[in-house]
Ligand binder design. Structure first.
Ligand SMILES: CC(C)(COP(=O)(O)OP(=O)(O)OC[C@H]1O[C@@H](n2cnc3c(N)ncnc32)[C@H](O)[C@@H]1OP(=O)(O)O)[C@@H](O)C(=O)NCCC(=O)NCCS
Length: 206
């Protein structure tokens, strides 16, 4: 078994992952997830997952824009956190984080969550939440001090995101305040900051 794979019988259930290993024990997201008769595994994306990831993004967003964005970010952004949810050998969910910059704060390592998707058939079963929690943990492992997301204001606060204006930072896009959110991974990391967050250039080309 490769070093990066492990099996844990935490909570008497099987949990397996390809993402960085030891540190995952004891984390909140690492709970067994059982969806319509099968366990769901959250793991790092592999090269062989790419076409399935593309297809699931198309099926969730009903357009290929986000799927193409994932492909472009994988090629052009560094580092990315790209995780999949696997159920019975099939990829049913995906999440990607890529670096963003906060103007005037070049030393701050901030990741942007985008995009994420779960195959429509398996939505509302906790798969998206497990991907977010695992992804945040991975961003922390990479040394990111904060994460931003532009998305549903009813969904992301449950993970600890709050409107970015609370931290004095704003989106480069002209969007309602409540849809652009931020979360500190390192407490206090956004204290005293201000300015505009910019996503990777790929976001404006795809
Ligand atoms: C958003 C998404 C990834 C969530 O995945 P999921 O596996 O269904 O998420 P979970 O089961 O962990 O959580 C479900 C919750 O998400 C909420 N949710 C899902 N889509 C939502 C939306 N468009 N607006 C607001 N809330 C939404 C549900 O209301 C549900 O809340 P509840 O638990 O209070 O009932 C999935 O719905 C999806 O792929 N949507 C289409 C693509 C998309 O919009 N991606 C996000 C871009 S910001």
């Amino acid at each position: 078994m490769p070093l990066t794979r492990f099996i844990s019988f935490r909570h008497n259930h099987l949990l397996q992952s390809d993402v960085q290993t030891d540190s995952l024990f004891g984390t909140d997201w690492a709970r067994p997830l059982y969806v319509t008769g099968a366990f769901v595994l959250i793991r790092g994306e592999k090269e062989s997952d790419r076409s399935a990831v593309h297809a699931l993004n198309v099926s969730a967003f009903k357009t290929s824009a986000e799927a193409d964005l994932v492909d472009a970010l994988r090629e052009q952004a560094t580092p990315v956190v790209s995780l999949v949810a696997e159920r019975s050998g099939a990829v049913v969910g995906h999440i990607l984080f890529s670096p963003v910059t906060l103007e005037g704060n070049p030393g701050l390592k901030i990741m942007g969550l985008a995009p994420m998707a779960v195959i429509p058939k398996y939505q509302r079963n906790g798969i998206g939440s497990a991907l977010v929690r695992a992804g945040l943990e991975q961003c922390k492992q990479l040394g990111a001090s904060a994460v931003v997301v532009l998305g549903h204001p009813e969904y992301y606060p449950r993970f600890g995101f709050a409107p970015s204006t609370r931290f004095g930072i704003r989106s480069e896009y002209n969007v309602p305040e409540e849809v652009f959110m931020a979360m500190e991974l390192e407490p206090g990391s956004l204290r005293g900051t201000s300015g505009t967050v910019k996503y990777h250039a790929v976001f404006s080309t795809v």
